[in-house]
Design a protein around this ligand. Structure first.
Ligand code: SF4
Length: 63
């Protein structure tokens, strides 16, 4: 599993960081940084929750 972000939609509200803080981060300019996958095991569940939980629908699963 890999995940991507639509930067036009992302408003840097950090909701996804709450689901998987080791995968998602915000840089000093409030751009979302995503640790590259593939994600395995229970990370898949938490990344999936982040995708579902993003209030801007900015995250998408790529593989
Ligand atoms: S939850 Fe969505 S809008 Fe918020 S920082 Fe993450 S990708 Fe961006």
């Amino acid at each position: 599993m890999e995940v991507g972000v639509d930067r036009e939609r992302c408003e840097a509200n950090a909701v996804c960081l709450g689901f998987a803080p080791e995968v998602f981060d915000l840089d000093d300019d409030e751009n979302l940084v995503i640790t590259s996958g593939p994600f395995v095991g229970e990370q898949v569940e938490r990344v999936s929750q982040a995708v579902s939980g993003c209030p801007k629908n900015a995250l998408f699963i790529t593989d």
